[in-house]
Ligand binder design. Structure first.
Ligand code: E4P
Length: 217
């Protein structure tokens, strides 16, 4: 499973990259705003900075919601760097734009996916990645992981090459559960990745090894 970090914070992106297990970055307009990145030029420069830090795919979301606008903005974003993946919302014009991008060799991430039906449409349109938001489904008492399982079954039934990008991952158990179900990618905060490191027996075992070493030296 690929690991993407879901942030626009450059320090956290560097930290995850330095760990050596990072495969890419996802951003969205809210994450950009959280870092105080506003205005088209600043946003474009920020994407370039992210691409300089990581070697993998970097999702950059369009703001336009009409077909022509999404195409124009997506083409501009794709030209920024070959690591850019154009993130397009799951709306009617978005699906049409994903088909256009797919036909013209531009990679896409279909975002804001909350149902198996939406996931089928995005795959048929040729999306590179599809992002089911599991945390936001959990937030409304609906099993987000069940959507990942449904998508895995459907994509495998028909050999869709679209990658399932489990998004809105909130914690480490989400990461492990997504891996069990067979999500191709997960995107989450740095804490969800670093949480995988932790086990009390590792800490206790290491402390004992070091103490025993000191006794003999
Ligand atoms: C996906 O690409 C989104 O950026 C993200 O995962 C949303 O997560 P949230 O529901 O925690 O805001």
């Amino acid at each position: 499973m690929k690991f993407f970090i879901d942030t626009a914070n450059l320090d956290q992106i560097k930290e995850a990259q330095d760990l050596g297990v990072l495969d890419g970055v996802t951003t969205n307009p809210s994450l950009m705003a959280k870092e105080g990145i506003t205005g088209k030029e600043n946003i474009i420069n920020h994407y370039k900075k992210i691409c300089d830090i990581v070697t993998g795919d970097v999702s950059a979301e369009v703001i336009a919601t009409d077909y022509e606008g999404i195409i124009k903005e997506g083409q501009e974003l794709a030209k920024l760097h070959d690591q850019i993946i154009v993130k397009v919302p799951m709306i009617k014009d978005g699906v049409k734009a994903i088909k256009y991008f797919s036909d013209h060799g531009i990679k896409t991430n279909c975002t804001l996916v909350f149902s198996a039906g939406q996931a089928i449409l995005a795959a048929k349109a040729g999306a590179t990645y599809v992002s089911p938001f599991i945390g936001r489904l959990d937030d409304i008492s609906t099993d987000g992981l069940n959507l990942i399982a449904e998508m895995r079954m459907i994509y495998d039934n028909y050999g869709f090459t679209t990658q399932i990008l489990a998004a809105s991952v909130r914690h480490t158990m989400h990461v492990i559960d997504c891996a069990k179900i067979g999500a191709d990618v997960m995107t989450g905060p740095l804490s969800s990745i670093e949480g995988l490191l932790k086990h009390p027996l590792t800490d206790i075992g290491l402390a004992k090894f070091l103490a025993d070493y000191k006794k003999g030296n």
